[in-house]
Design a protein around this ligand. Structure first.
Ligand code: PNS
Length: 173
């Protein structure tokens, strides 16, 4: 039987930390569903189609076998309902440090309580401990170079969104 997991998140935008966790999940599971969870009432920096496109474009730089990874968006849904509909029993999340632990463990317990869905935690790469979508958005909005924190396609999208964002020596085309 094929082993499936889901890597859920807002991915606004996807970071190198997310992609590292997705790549490592794909070493452990046969199929990975990257679930872009969103609330249509709340607008992000990137719309859901852009978030999905940025993940798709960036996967081959991180994952040996991108065809085993599916990217899909789910609006206003409980993650356990997505797991049930997609026949997935395991959630995979990255833990960067104690802050993530405090945020993630109650959700993992709730998801197990609601639907016996287990959560597997992957220790985030220490070199990416400071990388989050919210900090990337904030520093890019103020013009800082986000090279090395996000894949090139995301950096380019951030430069388009905030043209004063630096490009790490590459011209912003
Ligand atoms: O990228 P984020 O914001 O850390 O991702 C959090 C996310 C989207 C995985 C989480 O908020 C979630 O699972 N949302 C779906 C709604 C849900 O199931 N809520 C109850 C969680 S116990």
């Amino acid at each position: 039987m094929s082993r499936r997991c889901v890597c859920p998140g807002s991915f606004d935008p996807v970071t190198n930390g997310h992609l590292d966790v997705i790549a490592r999940a794909s070493e452990l599971f046969d199929e990975v569903l990257v679930a872009v969870m969103h609330n249509p009432a709340k607008s992000g920096v990137f719309d859901v189609d852009q978030r999905m496109a940025l993940i798709h474009t960036s996967l081959p730089q991180f994952v040996a076998d991108p065809e085993r990874i599916r990217v899909a968006a789910f609006a206003d849904r409980l993650l356990v309902d997505v797991c049930r509909d997609e026949h997935v029993q395991t959630i995979v999340k990255g833990l960067r440090g104690p802050g993530d632990y405090s945020y993630e463990v109650p959700m993992a317990r709730m998801n197990r309580h609601l639907a016996a869905v287990e959560t597997v935690f992957i220790a985030g790469d220490a070199r990416l401990e400071h990388v989050s979508s919210s900090l990337v958005r904030e520093v890019a909005a103020h013009g800082a170079d986000v090279t090395g924190l996000v894949p090139p396609a995301v950096r380019d999208a951030l430069v388009q969104r905030w043209p004063n964002t630096q490009t790490g020596g590459r011209p912003a085309s």
